[in-house]
Structures are given as structure tokens and as C-alpha cells.
Design a protein around this ligand. Sequence first.
Ligand SMILES: Cc1ncc(COP(=O)(O)O)c(C=O)c1O
Length: 352
Amino acid sequence: MQHTIDLRSDTVTRPSPGMRAAMTEAEVGDDVFGEDPTVRRLEARIAEMLGKEAALFVPSGTMGNQLGIRVHCQAGDEFLCESNCHVLNFEQGAYAQLFGIAAQPVEGDHGVLHVEQLVGRIRPLNNDHYTHTRLVCLENTHNRGAGRVQPYDAVVEICSWAADNGLARHLDGARLFNAVVATGISAAEWAGHFDTVSVCFSKGLGAPVGSALVGPGDKIRQARRHRKALGGGMRQAGIIAAGALYALENNIERLAEDHQNARLLADAVRSSHGLKLDPEIVDTNIVNFAVDPELGTAAAFSARLRDEGVLMNAIGPQRLRAVTHLDVSREQVQLAAAILQETAAAVQSVAG
Ligand SMILES: Cc1ncc(COP(=O)(O)O)c(C=O)c1O
């Protein structure tokens, strides 16, 4: 096969030569002793970008989120979240498994919640039947919501309602910079409505490893302690932190190209008989679509695409997902879009 165009996720990127060079040259030390200058530089930089006091470098977005939840809640507490969010669906319920924390999910529209849906959900503190509601957790952009950007006004309303009612706010900002580039609203403006934010360097930003939890100094100090208990204390982590720093310097603005490429794929879906965009709107770099059952299952369609050199994952019996990223060029996306249309047409003609 002369080409494989990998659109399964924006996590499949490989470090570029420039990023590798930065990693090779990184100054390092023992970060568990707090002595890695590159990790310190990364933590200071991301804290500054999000307008927060401090940051903690962690191995994964999952750890960033779980520490974010843990610093606001303890056993017997709960957090409010959207029912399709990553924290709830794809992190093994670690908050419950490891910390005895519960979740109260609320169904959104492709990941988007509005404050009216949360009002009335805080459980009374003075009744021994109930968990204590302590935190609201949002996700921006929303992964299962097909990269949906949370409407800024809805975020402001939810977060001010939460603050007025004594709830902390955590943002799963694994793809926060996609929201920044899509809206022109800065990372600090988005983050300003939350106590803690987790951001990933290893998704659209293209670093090989790492995320950060960002927030007030006391919460980050607490998170540092919990990170150690989870085995997340890393030694000469400056090697990977250098990749993340490089990503922050070089790979944010270019996310706009991924968004344009996703729109190109979306157009191919729209014009293909038997395929349906869901949701119709593509805000950032994720395109979700449904395959008409007459054309077969999503798994079978994904296998057909794979045979043609295009990788897109089935995410449900009839649903597929395509994600654009810095390792697929405009030309490759154009080719993938053509292959998608041809495959739909070929399957359609067999289906009759
Ligand atoms: C929205 C969101 N949050 C958190 C994560 C977890 O990141 P990691 O895979 O680094 O644990 C992901 C991963 O895809 C994600 O999409």
C-alpha cells in the first residue's frame, strides 16, 4: 500500500525533527526532587498561559483529570458532569475506583450543557442519605461531542452558578487549544472560569507524552502529593517536557489547519449517499458520522476504508469518527475524502 492516512485520533502523531531535537537537548534533573529545569519551565509556561498560579506536569490527561477531581472532592463526595464526558466514560471510573468519589451525570446535547440542566441537582448537605455535591466538571472541546466547542456564555453561566453555590469547577481541557483557535477566546479567558484545568500536550499539539493540571498553588501542591501516590512522580522528565514546550511554541496556531481539514472531510461525508454527519456542525478537528444500515455496519465500513489505506475508527454499531491532526497534510485529507466518497458509492452499488 502506497499510503496510510491515519485519522483514528490526534494522539497518533509522532514528534517532528524539530521537536526531537528540542527533546535531545533538554536540560534535565530529578523532578521528584523538584530539580528538573525543563519541567519547571513547562509548568511555569502553561500556568502563565492559563492565567493560573501553578501547574503540575503529569503523564496523561487521565491523571490530570483524576487529580483535578481529587483535589476538590473526597470519599463520599460527588461531581456533576455531562453524561458523555471522557472522565465518566473512558477513565475506568478512577475517581470511584481509587478515591471513593461519585459522579452525577447530566445528558447534554453533543456534550453541551446549560445551567438550567444543573439547577436543582445539588444535594442537600444536611441529609445523611446523600453524597455531598462538590464540583462541576466540564469538557472543552468535547471529545464524544465530535470536538464541539462549549458555548462560551453557557460556560460562564454554569461556572458562576457553581461558584455562587459553593461548588468547585474543573475543566477537562485535553483539547482546550482547539477551542482557543476555533473561537479566538484565549486559554486564560476560558480557564478563568475554572479552579483547575487539565490540558494535554499529546493530542492536537503533537507532543509524544504529557499533560498538565493547572490551578491555585495549594491545589497543585495537593495534586503533586496525589500524583506520587499514583506512581506519577517522574525523574528526568525534562526530556518529554521539552516536547511539550516545543508544542506550545510551535503547534497551537496551526490547529486551524486541522479544523479546515476536518471541514473538508465533513463536506465529503455530506455529499456521500448513505453517510450522515452527526452532529451536523464540525467545530474543530473531529468528524463523527453515521453509516446507513443498508450499507452495512460501521466496523465493516471502517474495514473497507482500511483496505484503501484510510484509518477511521468505528465508535458505535453505525458510527465512525475521523480526527485530523498535524501528521496528515491537506493533500492526504483530500485523498482520504475522495476515498471516503468512493467507498460509500461502491458499498451503495453493492447494497443496490
Ligand atoms: C477529552 C479527553 N480528556 C482526557 C483524555 C485522556 O487523555 P490520556 O489518553 O492522555 O489519558 C482524552 C483522551 O483522548 C480526551 O479526549
